[in-house]
Design a protein. Structure first.
Length: 263
């Protein structure tokens, strides 16, 4: 346990249903995951601490493996942060595990990849269970064709076509390590892993893949969308509620290890 000016850096793995929230990042007067975490930390420790996250998920997006960190001079053990914060947090946010990281650990910059999953319920009738974590598509999806198209995304590409709006100097080039689509009965899932993503990139990619799966565009047209590199070319953005941040991966020599966390 490293000390830094009598403070320690606590790392939390956080799970949440993003339905009621305007994203992770704090926004004045709006409900956010960061705001709820910081309020819970204050209630537990009496400290006003800023929470930093590995990913700033958008409004409505969920997480099973969000990673956050904050400094504290509290003497509470990590497992007490789990039980204590869960006592004060609303039911749609949960601390899964907690631990201590070295003072140099940067929860955002030290991440080497982030994995997302997008879930689709592919049937005609509405869902009564899980309808806030699945996007429903009524038309029959060709998951095999969607999977083949998703493989075109792997590697380093200019993903400008999968960005709705971009006015930054930052490049729209990103490298995707893995991507794929699988069907399990009425459920179709898209998974994708990269070091970082552009704003709404994942939802724009799945939006285009859904069009492939329903036959609205073909495999070669999907390839052309990727290669043309024109803003908004991918078409409608898929709804946020089907998207979930699954896991954040860190370098082996990072001052943070998942195996050191406790529940």
């Amino acid at each position: 346990m490293e000390l830094f000016n009598n403070f320690i850096k606590i790392v939390l793995v956080v799970e949440y249903n993003g339905k009621r929230y305007c994203g992770f990042q704090w926004q004045k007067g709006l409900p956010t995951i960061q705001d709820e975490l910081e309020k819970a930390i204050h209630k537990l420790t009496g400290e006003n601490r800023r929470v930093v996250a590995a990913c700033r998920t958008d409004a409505g997006v969920h997480a099973e493996g969000q990673v956050t960190s904050f400094w504290t001079d509290s003497a509470l053990l990590p497992q007490k942060f789990v039980s204590g914060l869960n006592h004060y947090l609303p039911e749609d946010i949960a601390i899964v595990k907690a631990g201590v990281a070295g003072e140099k650990f940067n929860v955002m910059k030290d991440a080497v990849s982030r994995g997302y999953r997008y879930q689709i319920l592919n049937r005609r009738t509405r869902a009564s269970l899980g309808n806030d974590t699945y996007c429903q598509v009524v038309a029959e999806l060709d998951a095999e064709l969607m999977n083949a198209a998703s493989k075109l995304l792997i590697g380093e590409h200019d993903f400008a076509s999968f960005v709705t709006d971009w006015d930054r100097e930052e490049s729209t080039v990103r490298r995707i390590y893995d991507a794929g689509v699988e069907r399990d009965g009425e459920k179709v899932a898209f998974h994708v892993t990269a070091k970082s993503f552009l704003t709404h990139q994942v939802r724009n990619m799945i939006g285009a893949l859904i069009r492939v799966g329903t036959g609205k565009i073909g495999f070669e047209e999907f390839r052309n969308i990727l290669e043309t590199k024109k803003l908004s070319l991918a078409g409608p953005t898929a709804p946020a509620h089907g998207l979930c941040l699954m896991k954040v991966i860190y370098v082996d020599n990072s001052e943070f290890k998942y195996e050191n966390l406790c529940a």
